[in-house]
Design a protein around this ligand. Structure first.
Ligand SMILES: *Cc1c(COP(=O)(O)O)cnc(C)c1O
Length: 361
């Protein structure tokens, strides 16, 4: 068996220990004589799996009883509509910080259902920085400010210190950096994250919501898009994505056993610094992002020469470094180094970048 080093932005690599555990439990989950995939969701063994997953996530994120975790389907994109449909009525306001295409898409979708405004945008510089949040520009009757904490495509992030300074309730898309560093979760009214970046396989979306905000959805909200539907039934209104929730629960357990979010943050900063430090001293690679706004999860870099970028991606692939090609809207390269990427994986990548630099100066 040989495993490559997978730098995919998502679906992305999972911890080997999690895959091994899932493999071991594949045919006979804890003496049940079947796989979790084959289990009815209305059995106590499955209910326990989902309950355990939920409580581990709650613990890792330091959530108190004001919050509930929902396991939903439809990915981040479905949340772009669920957020305004559930948290705003047609005339109510929310202000959106546009830091990349995901936030832009969320804003475009919200426009259809409520009175939303762009608070600030970094589109003027191809989203290479996080614009300042000027509180006096937030509409006084805005219900929340919407942010995307990590911009997967552009390689920027909104640091916890910035979030701490926002005085309004916040709704956040944390798809690509949930569990990667410590944020004060009490600042948020709602957080969502598609699992396929830092939590588990695609097909389940984690939603963290303040319970008292649920129950005021717009009249037109479809049953399945109403948080209340899922809150009342503990994410079992219809068949949940059982296997994906099971794997996500194993990942949560893995994070816990490895020291929780605090330790993930330490490792993630170490990994990110390894690459950024190398790039900052490199003669051929550059990172176009404002230094303080750099992502810990998605490191983008370019050589400034399209052919050389292609050569890099091709030679990296031959050496077992997969999925380093940048997003089609940015070009260049992107190394996604989520929680499951070990420090040694990043060290090997930097080693390869050094060799490539020497050979191509
Ligand atoms: C990947 C991603 C999305 C889109 O998620 P889907 O699950 O594919 O709908 C949204 N926001 C961010 C920040 C992402 O990284």
């Amino acid at each position: 068996m040989s495993r490559i080093l997978n730098f995919s932005a998502g679906p992305s690599m999972l911890p080997v220990e999690v895959l091994e555990k899932a493999a071991k439990e594949m045919l006979d989950y804890k003496g049940s004589g079947m796989s979790v995939m084959e289990m009815s969701h209305r059995t106590s063994s499955y209910e326990q799996i989902q309950e355990d997953a939920k409580s581990t996530f709650k613990e890792l994120l330091g959530l108190d009883d004001k919050y509930e975790i929902l396991f939903l389907q439809g990915g981040g994109h479905t949340q772009f509509a669920m957020v305004p449909l559930n948290l705003l009525n047609k005339n109510e306001k929310a202000d959106y910080l546009i830091t990349g295409s995901w936030a832009q898409k969320a804003y475009e979708e919200a426009k259809r259902y409520a009175d939303v405004k762009i608070l600030a945008s970094s589109s003027d510089k191809n989203f290479t920085y996080i614009p300042k949040i000027l509180e006096d520009e937030i509409r006084s009757d805005a219900k929340f400010i919407y942010i995307c904490t990590n911009n997967t495509i552009y390689g920027t992030r909104i640091r916890p210190e910035i979030v701490d300074k926002i005085s309004l309730p916040i709704v956040a898309d944390m798809s690509s950096n949930i569990l990667s560093e410590e944020y004060d979760m009490n600042k948020f009214d709602l957080v969502f994250a598609g699992a396929q970046k830092n939590i588990g396989p695609s097909g389940v979306t984690l939603v963290i919501v303040k319970k008292d905000l649920v129950g005021n959805a717009q009249e037109i909200t479809p049953t399945m898009l109403n948080y209340q539907t899922h809150l009342e039934k503990d994410s079992m209104y219809n068949t949940p994505p059982c296997y994906n929730i099971y794997i996500s629960g194993l990942v949560a357990q893995w994070v816990k056993e490895n020291g929780g979010v605090k330790e993930m943050e330490k490792r993630n900063k170490e990994k990110a610094n390894l690459i950024y430090d190398f790039i900052d001293n490199s003669k051929i690679f550059q990172n176009p992002i404002e230094t303080k706004d750099r992502s810990l999860m998605n490191v983008v870099f370019v050589t400034g020469n399209k052919d050389l970028d292609l050569k890099f991606v091709k030679e990296a692939k031959e050496k077992g470094f997969e999925n380093l090609k940048g997003h089609r809207s940015v070009g260049g390269m992107r190394a996604s180094i989520y929680n499951a990427m070990p420090v040694e994986g990043v060290e090997k990548l930097v080693e390869f970048m050094k060799e490539f630099e020497v050979a191509n100066r």
